[in-house]
Design a protein. Structure first.
Length: 252
């Protein structure tokens, strides 16, 4: 069974046994700091703190972290370019980059990178099953938690199907040329959607046959929170706010 690298990192993290509440408070606090405080230098500080804790304290491989941030960074770069480029309908160049638009693009990129780093800190240290259990303890609607858990379970089935079909295509030289690769990719997409729909229907029929009206809960042992961890979290967030205030000239 194929897995997700981020999920595997969460299961093997040194912070695996920390309470979900503690890690959520840290990540959400960093996320709020990245979103609400000025982008410079707060975004850089938040990103350094989040990634530093992820690699230094949680023991996540730097190579794995680099792989995990590639996709979000590409998305942020594309979005920043769209913010930086100004479309002019009057005289002058039709497309241009002004100092104001460049500053806005840099601010958007800073907020996005810092927020992504904060969320990766939670995702790569907390398995999904722990997050779902934490959501249940927060008394979130059971239907929402159940749908999230079901999507998480079915994701691995989908990945297994995609990998099996692609290996079969590669063994038949389906990716030996650009034209064959394009044709194989289309067939892979169609086959994956068909198989996913079939498995979803079979799951629905199986649950209906068992007259399941409750939830598919799993056993979990609540981990007590750490006062020291929360104190360190508050201290780090206060320090970040102080750095932002000093850079903005609010504090002498």
């Amino acid at each position: 069974m194929r897995g997700l690298a981020i999920d595997d990192a969460a299961w093997s993290s040194r912070w695996r046994d920390h309470a979900v509440r503690d890690k959520a408070c840290l990540s959400l606090g960093l996320l709020l700091a990245a979103a609400l405080l000025p982008p410079w230098p707060t975004s850089a500080v938040v990103a350094v703190v989040a990634l530093g804790l992820l690699v230094g304290r949680a023991g996540t491989s730097p190579a794995l972290v680099a792989r995990a941030v590639r996709g979000p960074l590409a998305f942020v770069a594309i979005g920043s370019v769209s913010v930086a480029v100004v479309v002019s309908t009057s005289g002058g160049p039709f497309l241009s980059v002004t100092p104001d638009s460049a500053a806005r693009a840099a601010g958007v990129a800073g907020h996005a990178v810092a927020g992504c780093s904060a969320m990766l800190l939670l995702a790569m240290t907390t398995p999904m099953v722990d997050l779902l259990a934490g959501l249940r303890r927060l008394r979130l609607p059971a239907a929402c938690v159940e749908v999230a858990g079901l999507v998480y379970r079915m994701l691995f089935v989908l990945l297994e199907s995609v990998g099996t079909i692609r290996e079969s295509q590669a063994a038949r030289l389906g990716y030996s040329s650009p034209s064959r690769s394009l044709r194989s990719a289309g067939m892979l997409t169609a086959a994956t959607l068909t198989r996913s729909w079939s498995r979803a229907r079979r799951l629905e029929q199986g649950l209906a046959g068992r007259e399941l009206t409750g939830s598919l809960q799993t056993l979990d042992e609540p981990v007590p929170g750490s006062t020291a961890f929360l104190a360190a979290t508050v201290s780090a967030l206060v320090a970040i706010v102080a750095v932002a205030a000093l850079s903005a000239g609010v504090l002498p």
